[in-house]
Each structure stands twice: as structure tokens, then as C-alpha cells.
Design a binder for this molecule. Structure first.
Ligand SMILES: Cc1cc2nc3c(=O)[nH]c(=O)nc-3n(C[C@H](O)[C@H](O)[C@H](O)COP(=O)(O)O)c2cc1C
Length: 364
């Protein structure tokens, strides 16, 4: 495996209620601390590299209860030893001063296993509810980019100064700095503004579920721009996994999820995200082209098509890797048992296929 760069795996922390699909199908997934602590331990044993906590202040599609991301991430770190935990941060409610300080302290408490996911906001009603001004799409990304530049500057520089449109610092010396390596900076979103930001400042670009062709277009765009900016960025792709002994069984579960979708909640979500998607000037943001069925998994996870037998899923994951994906961010119906099953049945198959690809590359 020496030349193989293995794909990495992350899972969505269900720190919001209702699971990861907007459906009345039975979901043996809970959003409380006890369930999530156990899940983090299972995921760590199963070979997952990262867990991603979500941030919602209000949701409006059935996720009525939401635990806050940084506090929750810290708790998961305290119950694991290897797993890296990515805490979502929304500029606006968070400013870089507080975020840089919080994350530096967490890095000292648990070792350098904390990372952040900068999200830019998609739900106008949420901003209204918490008294945050609703910026237009491009301004949200301008702010997020400044936020990332400030976080990294505060963490790296002994005396940090910055004069932006949203944030200002003068000779600020954060002490202690986070432990090395510095916390990785992820970002979530798929519009042109998101891709441009990734090509300039982020360590990782997280995008909604997609086909290998759809992923490839984004990767080509980001990598071409990143090369001009002399910046390196890795790609994380969302996918909803239904791994079963037979393909028919897996497809039947998908059909049941969609048949039992909560139409009002999905339509409410659709209304909000279509606004958010079309708010990006080129109309290519997350959800801009999503159907009702796609939106039942609220980050388009069915589009990645990780639905079938373990072998089919492993092969499709390798196709996504060929399209440029470095990390799969995964959601499941019944997290405890399915994360364990995925670690046992799918991850080893992915690594085996990676080994074969590397051997083929050497012998060709
Ligand atoms: C993997 C991933 C995770 C996200 N997590 C959150 C989150 O926790 N909270 C949130 O408000 N938005 C979250 N978002 C939404 C994005 O930050 C962004 O607001 C949305 O995708 C619209 O941006 P776009 O127009 O660039 O696609 C996430 C997006 C992705 C792809």
C-alpha cells in the first residue's frame, strides 16, 4: 500500500433529531449524547477517520432539536482516542476571535484531533430567528473567506493583523496556539463561490452527494483554480449508505424511505433550499438541481448511489476516488449497526480495490 493514498471516511454525527432522512421510516438513530458517544467509539473501531457535527439554530424540516456543534464535538473527543472530530462553525453567530480561542483550547485538552467546518448559511428563517442579518450569497462567502483567513492567521502568526470588510485585528497574539498539526479547515457548499473559496483558502471542500461525473466537474474547476493560487485542497463527498446482502433489499429500503417521506417537511425544506441554491448567481449551489426524492436526504446523499451490496458500494466508492474524491462523508439509517457493518464489509473491500489499482498501475 506504500504508494496508495487510502480514501478516508467520515460520518455525520446525528446531533440533530430526526436522523439524516426526512422520512417516517423507522430510524434506529438517536440524537442524544449517550447514543453519540457509543457511535463515536463504534466508528473509531470500524476504521472511520472523522466525525462531522452539524450546526443548526433552527431547522424547520423535522430536526426540531439540535445540540451545539463545538460543545458536542468536545464531548465526542473525550470519549475517543483516535477519531478526529470536525465541528461546524457558522460565521455570524461565531466570530473568528472566539472560534480561534475555543478550538485552540480544545486542541490542548484532547490533542490535535479537532477540526472545523465553515458553513455559510442557507436558511433565511434561521438567520431571522436569531437576529442575524441575512447577507446575499456572495457576501456570505466573502465573510466565510475572511473568517477562514482570520482563523488561520490567528493560529499561525505571533502577531496577527487584518483589515477586512467583516473582521479587524491589530497585533493580536493568541496564546496558546493550537497544538501541531493545526486544526484542519473544511468548508461546506457547492456553488461557484464555494469552489472559488476552496481554491484559495480551505484545506477541504465538502460537497453534497453527486455522480462521479458531477464530482469530476467540480474537482477539475477547483484544482485548476487552486493551481493558479498555489493552494492545495482536498475533496470530501457526501453519500447516504444503504448496504444490504442483496441489491434488491437495498433498493427496497430506499423506496421505503422515499415512500414514507414527510411531504410537508420535504417541501418546506425544498422551498428554503431552492431559494438558497438559486441565490448563487450561476444557480449551481447545493440543491439547485435536486428533485423531491433527492431532498429526502437533505444533502443529496442518494445521488452518490452507495446503495447495494458491500462489493457494489466499494466499487462505486473507487469510481468516486477516480473522479477526485479524497474522503467520503457518510450517513446511515441506523447508525450504530450500519457504521459497524460498513467498517466490517465495505472499508476492507475499498482498501483491497485500492491495492489492486496500485498493482495494476505498477504493472501497466
Ligand atoms: C457536507 C456539508 C455540511 C454542511 N453542514 C452544514 C451545517 O452543519 N450547518 C449549516 O447551516 N449548513 C451546512 N451546510 C450548508 C453550506 O454551508 C451552505 O450554506 C450551503 O451548501 C449553500 O451553499 P452553496 O450555495 O455554496 O451550495 C453544509 C453543506 C455541506 C455540503
Amino acid at each position: 500500500m506504500s504508494q496508495v493514498k487510502p480514501l478516508q471516511f467520515a460520518y455525520w454525527v446525528p446531533n440533530v433529531s430526526g436522523g439524516l432522512v426526512i422520512s417516517q421510516i423507522e430510524q434506529r438513530t438517536r440524537w442524544d449524547a449517550e447514543y453519540n458517544r457509543e457511535l463515536a467509539k463504534i466508528a473509531e473501531r470500524a476504521g472511520f477517520d472523522y466525525a462531522l457535527t452539524q450546526i443548526r439554530f433552527t431547522a424547520g424540516y423535522g430536526a426540531d432539536n439540535q445540540h451545539e456543534s463545538v460543545t458536542f464535538s468536545q464531548d465526542l473527543l473525550s470519549h475517543t482516542t483516535k477519531l478526529k472530530v470536525i465541528a461546524a462553525l457558522l460565521p455570524g453567530p461565531w466570530n473568528p476571535t472566539l472560534a480561534a480561542k475555543q478550538i485552540a483550547t480544545i486542541s490542548h485538552l484532547y490533542g490535535p484531533r479537532i477540526a472545523v467546518n465553515i458553513v455559510s448559511g442557507w436558511f433565511r428563517g434561521e438567520f431571522k430567528a436569531i437576529g442575524e442579518p441575512w447577507l446575499d450569497h456572495e457576501e456570505r462567502y466573502l465573510r466565510s473567506e475572511e473568517f477562514i483567513r482570520c482563523l488561520r492567521g490567528i493560529w499561525r502568526e505571533s502577531s496577527f493583523s487584518f483589515a477586512g470588510d467583516f473582521y479587524r485585528f491589530r497585533d493580536y497574539a493568541l496564546k496558546p496556539k493550537p497544538l501541531d498539526p493545526l486544526p484542519e479547515i473544511f468548508q461546506g457548499g457547492s456553488s461557484r463561490a464555494a469552489r472559488d473559496m476552496a481554491s484559495r483558502v480551505s484545506d477541504w471542500y465538502f460537497t453534497n452527494g453527486n455522480t462521479p461525473q458531477g464530482v469530476r466537474q467540480q474537482v477539475d474547476d477547483i484544482r485548476a483554480k487552486a493551481a493558479v493560487n498555489q493552494h492545495a485542497v482536498k475533496i470530501g463527498l457526501n453519500g447516504f449508505v444503504i448496504a444490504r446482502e442483496s441489491e434488491q433489499e437495498a433498493q427496497a429500503v430506499l423506496q421505503e424511505i422515499i415512500a414514507k417521506a414527510n411531504p410537508d417537511a420535504v417541501k418546506g425544506f425544498q422551498h428554503e433550499v431552492k431559494n438558497a441554491g438559486s441565490a448563487s448567481p450561476e444557480g449551481e449551489g447545493n440543491w439547485a438541481k435536486s428533485s423531491f426524492e433527492d431532498l429526502v436526504q437533505y444533502n443529496d446523499g442518494f445521488k452518490t448511489n452507495l446503495i447495494g451490496t458491500p462489493q457494489q458500494i466499494a466499487e462505486r466508492i473507487i469510481e468516486q476516488k477516480r473522479a477526485g474524491v479524497d474522503l467520503l462523508l457518510l450517513a446511515f439509517l441506523h447508525f450504530h449497526e450500519e457504521v459497524e457493518f460498513f467498517g466490517r464489509e465495505v472499508i476492507p473491500r475499498v482498501h483491497e480495490l485500492e491495492r489492486q489499482e496500485a498493482l495494476n498501475a505498477v504493472t501497466v
